[in-house]
Design a protein around this ligand. Structure first.
Ligand code: SF4
Ligand code: SF4
Length: 383
């Protein structure tokens, strides 16, 4: 790891006011010396988190003011060839993306700054150097053409990975419904997270920003609630920035499997104290709500010698599971489209899960537009 990869810049940013955000991003560019890397003739790809058709104030997607602020700073460096691209959950089609671009505010930002919104829904194959889980990824075309990639994540909790930050955001470079296939191939959390790390090292973003002005706590990445955290962060390393995010939301690195596997693989530093924090002082929250699924605590509390023999039993009976709230369900089938185990049927306009095939990936929870899927937490005394 190079020294500059330890740098994580922080700016206190209290609102999405256009001028405040641009001023804040200019500071990040300066703190990380991005002007030394970015050349006017480069093709720059911006990869925000556009998970689903949600408005910016719903805290599910990267705020357009942050994307706009980065574009403004790129233009100050003379860059003109800038593309916004993401493959959200669900189908990767012009129809699906048009609605998401509109709702998320990306269409308005692209028009304001006269830059491109990706309309190429093709893909290509890239071989992974030293992949632990995956040897080849199929990726969205804009990745192939880019000279400089900016990962623009949103600080959110995540039912499976605990934290959705710099590494997890890059899952959106895999086209549409190929994403659930990875849940099917790698149902075990550490394997899935190692696949995400293979992907991140393949994309190798040049810089990662995190919109942590208003973040999502609770049942993220789409069913949680908003929390003012008043910061923007940036780093040349998506792995190290995620260590700083753990610090902000008050979890141990061992509780975030993308982070602890990155540490094991030597992709990041091993501890927050080894980061070179620059800019403003990072704000940490001891009341940040983590996903219910992570509150289980049972397996973690078990003596180590019992963990291995008990694991199959725990996985089968004692883990959290998705529950359809029938009254809220509108029968849109977005959960069933994204279910890698093909275990959700829509009957009489209501979703029904066949739990015998469910792999607990929580894609359905992530994709439900009306928060009709809850994660039922196992309680030891429910027997
Ligand atoms: S029902 Fe939900 S949690 Fe279960 S496999 Fe399907 S998408 Fe994953
Ligand atoms: S559970 Fe949610 S995603 Fe599934 S059909 Fe009902 S409303 Fe749609």
């Amino acid at each position: 790891m190079q020294d500059f990869e330890r740098d994580v810049s922080v700016t206190l940013t209290k609102s999405y006011d256009k001028n405040e955000v641009i001023t804040s991003i200019r500071r990040h560019f300066k703190l990380l010396k991005l002007h030394e890397l970015i050349k006017p003739e480069m093709k720059v790809l911006l990869k925000p988190n556009l998970l689903m058709k949600r408005k910016p104030e719903e805290t599910t997607t990267t705020h357009p003011a942050v994307v706009g602020g980065i574009i403004a700073c790129l233009k100050e460096l003379g860059v003109t060839d800038i593309t916004i691209a993401d493959s959200p959950g669900g189908p990767y089609t012009k129809h699906a993306l048009t609605g998401i671009y509109e709702a998320s505010g990306m269409r308005a930002i692209a028009e304001e700054y006269n830059i491109k919104l990706n309309c190429d829904f093709g893909s290509f194959e890239r071989v992974v150097d030293n992949g632990v889980m995956v040897k080849t990824f199929t990726l969205i075309n804009p990745v192939k053409d880019a000279d400089f990639i900016i990962d623009i994540a949103k600080l959110k909790t995540h039912a499976m990975t605990t934290i959705s930050g710099g590494v997890k955001n890059l899952f959106g470079t895999v086209p549409g419904l190929m994403k659930p296939e990875f849940h099917w191939r790698f149902p075990e959390k550490d394997n899935f997270c190692n696949m995400l790390l293979d992907l991140c090292s393949t994309i190798n973003p040049d810089v990662t920003f995190v919109d942590a002005i208003v973040s999502m706590e609770g049942n993220g990445p789409s069913g949680g609630t908003s929390k003012n955290t008043d910061m923007m962060l940036a780093s040349r390393s998506p792995y190290n920035i995620d260590i700083a995010l753990c610090k902000i939301i008050g979890i141990k690195v061992d509780d975030a499997p993308t982070v602890n596997n990155a540490i094991k693989r030597g992709l990041s530093v091993s501890d927050f104290s080894m980061l070179n924090m620059i800019g403003d002082t990072i704000q940490c929250f001891d009341d940040y709500k983590i996903p219910q699924v992570k509150s289980l605590g049972f397996y973690d509390a078990m003596p180590k010698f019992l963990m291995k023999p008990m694991k199959p039993i725990i996985n089968r009976f004692l883990t959290s599971k998705p529950i359809i709230q029938e009254k809220k369900c509108i029968g849109c089938a977005k959960c069933s489209e994204s279910c890698p185990a093909d275990t959700i049927s829509i009957i009489d306009k209501k979703a029904i899960i066949d739990y015998s095939k469910c792999i607990k990936c929580f894609c359905c929870h992530e994709m439900c537009p009306v928060k009709a899927i809850e994660i039922k937490r196992f309680k030891m005394f429910d027997f």
